[in-house]
Design a protein around this ligand. Structure first.
Ligand code: BJW
Length: 260
């Protein structure tokens, strides 16, 4: 262990079995082949996510927006969790007070076996009636790939279906917010693979800090959070997280995989 090594510092802080909350973003799924939102690979047919992930865009052109989601569903269906997902899943089982808040809609944390996942921006595998017709359930799972019809229609009222995700200008569900604000009351808050520009998710790290958590960022690039966290680790999630895990495994680790 090199003195001043941020990876070793993070591992050291995890030894005592603290209350841990992790906020993840698209960078965690990058090594699985899921494109991030911002940056050149985030563009689809020259549209930025801000032009497609809004209720206005959907109202204007539901077919275009569904073509984007159908393309992403096809891509994600072929992806598997990477080692960053696997390490976080292991921690979720090892630490009795562990919450993973993800902005990702791809479902890869759940696929890796993570428990106690808060899906902050919903799921790409859920759908709901655009009109919220009274006969339809609030939302339901639909993993058909490719979608048989674009745009898909509500089986209850034959109007439009929409993806079960949170678009710009839409509120985060109240139970999701409640669980997230409960989880920021932790000892260690990690923000991993997010550009930290989309709120309110991006504000969670400051909330955690104001409540006394030690805050850590893992990202190959600097973000608006980098200067505010207690420890910024510059690196990719799929490299840094396994390094932390191997230091933990080399230490005498007394916390059992209590939830497994
Ligand atoms: C790696 C890596 C590797 C690469 N390892 N890292 C306060 C201030 C200003 C504005 C607002 C505010 N509060 C609310 C707003 C408005 C708005 C907002 O935030 N706007 C800003 C963009 C200016 N927020 C909202 O509208 C939210 N709702 C809301 O606040 O409701 C209340 C309200 C209602 C009405 C009016 C006002 C308030 C809702 C936000 C919903 C965001 N939805 C999306 C789409 C989800 C569905 C879908 O997937 O299609 O969520 S947008 C998109 O951005 C998606 C993501 O979850 C989200 C964040 O992106 P993320 O994950 O950070 O990805 P990237 O691509 O940005 O970054 C990737 C990072 O990974 C980079 O940093 C890389 O360096 C890194 N990386 N490889 C580790 N291997």
């Amino acid at each position: 262990m090199t003195p001043g090594d941020p990876v070793a510092e993070l591992a050291g802080r995890m030894k005592s079995g603290p209350r841990i909350t992790v906020l993840t973003g698209a960078g965690v799924s990058a090594a699985s082949g899921v494109p991030t939102f911002r940056g050149p690979l985030g563009l689809w047919r020259n549209y930025a996510p801000e032009q497609l992930a809004t209720p206005e865009a959907f109202r204007r052109d539901p077919k275009l927006v569904w073509e984007w989601y159908n393309w992403r569903r096809e891509l994600i269906a072929k992806c598997v969790p990477n080692v960053a997902h696997t390490v976080l899943a292991a921690w979720s089982r090892r630490y009795p007070d562990f919450t993973l808040i993800t902005q990702n809609v791809d479902g890869l944390h759940e696929k890796a076996g993570t428990i106690n996942v808060v899906r902050f921006h919903g799921s790409i595998w859920e759908v709901l009636c655009w009109r919220r017709c009274p006969s339809s359930p609030e939302r339901w799972w639909d993993e058909s790939v490719p979608l048989p019809n674009i745009p898909p229609s509500c089986p209850y009222c034959h109007g439009l279906l929409r993806p079960g995700v949170v678009w710009f200008g839409e509120s985060i569900g109240s139970s999701v917010l409640d669980r997230s604000y409960e989880a920021v009351k932790c000892d260690l808050f990690l923000t991993v693979g997010t550009s930290a520009v989309v709120h309110p998710a991006a504000s969670l790290v400051a909330e955690a800090s104001s409540l006394g958590a030690f805050t850590v960022e893992i990202n190959p690039e600097a973000t608006p959070s980098s200067g505010a966290v207690d420890l910024a680790i510059q690196g990719r999630a799929e490299v840094v997280l396994p390094s932390v895990e191997s230091l933990l495994k080399n230490q005498e680790f007394e916390i059992r995989d209590s939830r497994s």
